[in-house]
Ligand binder design. Structure first.
Ligand code: ZN
Length: 228
């Protein structure tokens, strides 16, 4: 297996600035019923907390729309599936501290422990999903009525087959990963090597990947997103 170059917690700490102007960008819900644009696959029970709606930043939505158009050009049966977009900071913290509580006694060095946890769930202060810039996605084949082969199930962290460069998967799965990554990078999303399904735009991970000194979006709580 090739060396997976995971972005580390300390890398993300190096991005200290957030652009105040772009951070004002609004959130939009992905259109659940719009077959043409973005679909939803309910893989996570916590999505139900948000009324089965997935929110992302406006520009992220525009980009996903372009990606889904490209996907249709590639194969008319393909549809972009978004499983996760915005995640409340409180939920990010809950996930983080679940692991933290399990492993805290195994480490003397706090940084070392944070890096260990970060590989599984992002440290809240640098996490992408609570900014509305990160998405977990896959490709759904409408004719076959299933997600195409990516070598592992989306959001399955229990196998190293979630690593982008894992070679212990079929040729077809490797090609499908490449396709997904190619069309997402063409729209300026940043990939994450630890999860083939995770991409982001505007968060710290994106800024680090593209060598920017500042990120576009900051983490927010759901009451700021889901205004009545
Ligand atoms: Zn993700």
């Amino acid at each position: 297996m090739k060396n997976n170059n995971f972005v580390k917690y300390k890398d993300l700490l190096s991005i200290k600035k957030i652009n105040e102007k772009t951070n004002k960008e609004k959130f939009v819900y992905l259109p659940i019923k719009d077959n043409f644009v973005v679909g939803i696959y309910q893989a996570d029970r916590n999505m139900l907390d948000y009324g089965k709606k997935i929110a992302v930043r406006q520009r992220v939505y525009e980009k996903l729309k372009k990606v889904s158009v490209k996907l249709k050009q590639y194969n008319e049966n393909y549809k972009l599936i978004v499983v996760f977009g915005f995640r409340d900071m409180k939920l990010q913290e809950k996930y983080f501290y679940e692991i933290y509580d399990k492993v805290k006694n195994n480490f003397n060095d706090k940084m070392e422990m944070y890096e260990y946890i970060h590989e599984k769930i992002a440290v809240p202060e640098v996490a992408g999903h609570p900014t509305g810039g990160a998405v977990d996605i896959a490709i759904y084949d409408e004719k076959e009525k299933k997600i195409i082969d990516f070598g592992s199930k989306i959001l399955d962290w229990d196998t190293i087959k979630s690593y982008y460069y894992c070679e212990d998967i079929s040729k077809e799965a490797i090609n499908n990963r490449k396709l997904l990554r190619k069309i997402m990078l063409e729209e300026n999303f940043a990939p994450y090597d630890g999860e083939w399904w995770h991409f982001s735009y505007g968060d710290r991970e994106w800024a680090f990947y593209y060598n920017k000194s500042e990120a576009l979006y900051k983490q927010v709580n759901s009451d700021q997103v889901f205004k009545k």
